[in-house]
Design a protein around this ligand. Structure first.
Ligand SMILES: Nc1ncnc2c1ncn2[C@@H]1O[C@H](COP(=O)(O)OP(=O)(O)OP(=O)(O)O)[C@@H](O)[C@H]1O
Length: 207
């Protein structure tokens, strides 16, 4: 269970949101919406513990995430704007490192299976700098196939993906949520989210 209590975040001299509160239980997908600059990425980074809120608290199973530290980080998977993949490494190497950093012990055949699921067979041995934008994103998203994290926090996961990859990602998210996982995502596209219970949070801008 994730609880956000009276949260306020500031970037530079602008307060992006305040008095933000919500709870998210198992099997729920939260779609965070708002125009460019409204603070969606800021909120997601705060939820990951990467950014200190100005006010308020984020609790995971009743405890402040700042107290939980690594215990919380083991339970979450964060997918940020920049994909987090290393250009000089192959898809396979990137995935191995990402899985290890996520604390998932995975066999090589599972890495292959994940890359295959993401439609990357034949490209797994190329340095990722030689892949297209969409293929890079597919490499990064292969983490989701392997992840054992309960809470997925996904910032614009659908951008740069073609129709097939969008459908695959929709399935991965729906399976995760339907199996009792939690997911929070932002997206500007009108991507139908197919999971059981979907909640929406709209961010505006404060001055
Ligand atoms: N490091 C920073 N220092 C100062 N201001 C920042 C910093 N990072 C972001 N901001 C500002 O905070 C505001 C919110 O940014 P954020 O990335 O959270 O928006 P967003 O809703 O995710 O936008 P988008 O839809 O364009 O991705 C923006 O006005 C941005 O300029």
């Amino acid at each position: 269970m994730l609880q956000v209590v009276d949260l306020a975040c500031r970037r530079g001299d602008r307060r992006l949101f305040s008095a933000l509160g919500f709870e998210l239980g198992p099997g729920v997908l939260l779609h965070v919406r708002g125009r460019n600059g409204s603070g969606k990425t800021t909120l997601l980074r705060a939820l990951c513990g990467l950014l200190l809120p100005e006010e308020g608290e984020i609790r995971w199973h009743g405890e402040d995430i700042r107290q939980l530290g690594d215990e919380y980080h083991r339970d979450i998977l964060y997918f940020g704007h920049l994909n987090g993949i290393k250009a000089d490494l192959t898809g396979l190497e990137n995935l191995r490192i990402a899985a290890t950093l996520d604390g998932d012990r995975v066999a090589t055949e599972d890495l292959w299976r994940a890359l295959e699921r993401m439609g990357l067979m034949g490209f797994e041995d190329l340095p990722t700098r030689m892949l297209s934008q969409g293929q890079k994103k597919r490499v990064a998203l292969a983490r989701l196939v392997l992840s054992s994290a309960t809470l997925w926090i996904l910032d614009e996961p659908f951008t740069a993906l073609d129709k097939d990859a969008v459908a695959l990602l929709q399935t991965l998210i729906a399976n995760h949520v339907d199996a009792g996982g939690l997911a929070i995502l932002t997206t500007h596209q009108e991507v139908p989210l197919t999971s059981g219970r979907i909640e929406r949070l709209d961010l505006g801008t404060e001055h």
